[in-house]
Each structure stands twice: as C-alpha cells, then as structure tokens.
Ligand binder design. Structure first.
Ligand SMILES: [Zn+2]
Length: 292
C-alpha cells in the first residue's frame, strides 16, 4: 500500500515548472492589484489524487483510432468502467465520428494537442495553436469543450504552463505508466505494471492511438475484471476529481455541452496522414523518452 500522504501533498501543490513565487498557489495574500490579465497562473499538474475510495482513473492517449478505440470502448462498457480519452486534433479531423462515439459511451474527452507536438520545443505562437487547435477539433466534431490537457511526451515549458493555466486547463499526468507505447511492450508486461501499481486515486496511462495496440487491448481485457475483483471502480479523470478533496483546492470549470454545432459529414476523400506518419515518415522510433 503506497504512502499517499506525501504524494497527495506533492500532487496538490504541484504546478508545472513551479517557480519559487508560484510554488504555493493556494494561499496567496492578495493585495488586490488592478486587473492584470498579463499575470498568468500556471496550470496545475495532477498525477493522482488523494482518496480513500478504491477509484482508479484510466486514460487513453493518441486517438481516436478507428480500429482500436472501439475495442477499448467495448471493453470499458463491458466492465462498467469509465475513462478519459486524450485525443489528438489531427486524428479527430481524420475520424470525427469517433468523438461522439466516445462521449455516447459515457467516456470523457481531453485535449492532447493538435499535432502532438512537444510543447517545450516550439514557440509561444505554436503552443497556442497546438492547444486551441486540439480543442477546436474536438468541439467541431461535436464534443464537449475539453478542460483537461495531457502533454505529449509529458513535456512543457513556462509559456505552455502559463497558457494552459490561463485557458483554464488542468494538466493530467500519470502515476501508473504502462509503457504500452514501447515497441517491446507485451500484454503481460502492461498487465503486470497496472496490477503492481494500482492504488486508490492513481491515474493509469495507456494508448489507443497510432499502431500496434493489440497488447494494450489484451492487457485491458485482463486488468479490468482483475481490478473489479479487488473492489476497484475504474473512472474517468472528471469522476476521480469529483470524489476527491482536489475540488476544494481548485474549482473545475463545469463541463458544458458545446453549443449546437453540427458536424458536417466529411467528404470521403483520401485521408490526411496520421500524426505518426508525418512525424516519423521512416518509421523510426522517436528519439525522446516516455509516454504521453
Ligand atoms: Zn501522446
């Protein structure tokens, strides 16, 4: 049983790339300055939340994917589980119909950027395009406006953190890294990591986008009933936040349905290339590390 007390404190006070002056975001003696839109609060980074309840949040990155996302949805529904899908805008443009399918299945959608760019490698303008482009793609496809962001690769910069904060995003990290994105990942390995690291309030990262997700699907088909057998409830990030004291520290914007935008049916032409095809035309593995 992991010691959540220390972790909880760290989680609740963590701010992306916190500067000394912003390290304690909760209690700041406010000398009532004039409205200063230029002062931007950095986004909160959440890796897990303190809770006594046996809740675990599952998250799936890099979709939507026409092949794997429906399989993940089917499994989640079979076990009455919920999850959060962090979608890439460019993939949403390719498969817009998946957005409504995900939401209709009772799942939550978060923003994973327009083109899956690492935010510490690009300019402030490009960061803005990544964030707003991803959000716009989701809402244009009929999805709710996202308020959760997952950083591709887990990387951010000061600019990114401030912009995400000013846009009202909470950045969602992870505390159970299945490493299912690795080419060498196996279903058994993924399953072992989840069952080893499962604990109340933790956030699991998996991937339903890009290629070769058979291992993820197979592992999921085992860990969902196994966790259920241990008394866990698998929830989305939003549900996890609702059940935790995290709410006391930061009010989340309500999840509003996004207006009445109708999705135009896409003309069936050839699809744009996937973000992976664009980023890695040679099929090489990315040189960086880690999930996201
Ligand atoms: Zn990703």
């Amino acid at each position: 049983m992991p010691d959540l007390r220390g972790a909880a404190l760290a989680v609740l006070t963590s701010v992306l790339f916190a500067t000394p002056s912003l390290a304690a975001p909760v209690k700041t003696p406010v000398p009532a300055p004039a409205p200063a839109p230029a002062v931007q609060r950095q986004a909160m980074l959440l890796k897990e939340v303190p809770t006594q309840e046996k809740l675990i949040a599952f998250t799936f990155d890099d979709g939507p994917n026409r092949r794997y996302t429906p399989q993940v949805l089917e499994l989640l529904q079979k076990y009455h589980a919920h999850a959060t899908f962090f979608l890439i805008g460019q993939e949403v443009v390719r498969f817009p119909e998946m957005v409504k399918k995900i939401e209709a299945a009772g799942m939550e959608i978060g923003n994973h950027g327009m083109n899956h760019k690492w935010l510490h490698k690009i300019t402030a303008d490009e960061i803005q395009k990544e964030i707003t482009g991803g959000s716009d793609a989701i809402t244009s496809a009929g999805g709710k406006k996202p308020y959760l962001y997952r950083l591709p690769g887990g990387f951010a910069s000061d600019d990114a953190s401030k912009l995400l904060g000013s846009l009202g995003y909470t950045v969602i990290g992870w505390s159970v890294d299945t490493r299912d994105w690795r080419m060498s990942a196996t279903a058994e390995g993924i399953e072992r990591i989840v069952m080893r690291d499962a604990a109340p309030g933790r956030i699991v990262i998996m991937h339903d986008g890009s290629v070769h997700r058979e291992g993820t699907i197979q592992a999921l088909s085992h860990v969902l009933p196994a966790l259920e057998g241990q008394g866990y409830k698998i929830v989305s990030i939003g549900e996890l936040l609702q059940k935790s004291s995290y709410q006391a520290l930061r009010k989340l914007p309500p999840q509003k349905p996004c207006g009445a935008k109708k999705v135009k049916s896409q003309p069936k032409k050839e699809r744009p290339k996937s973000f992976l095809e664009r980023l890695r035309p040679t099929g090489r593995k990315p040189s960086g590390r880690k999930a996201g």
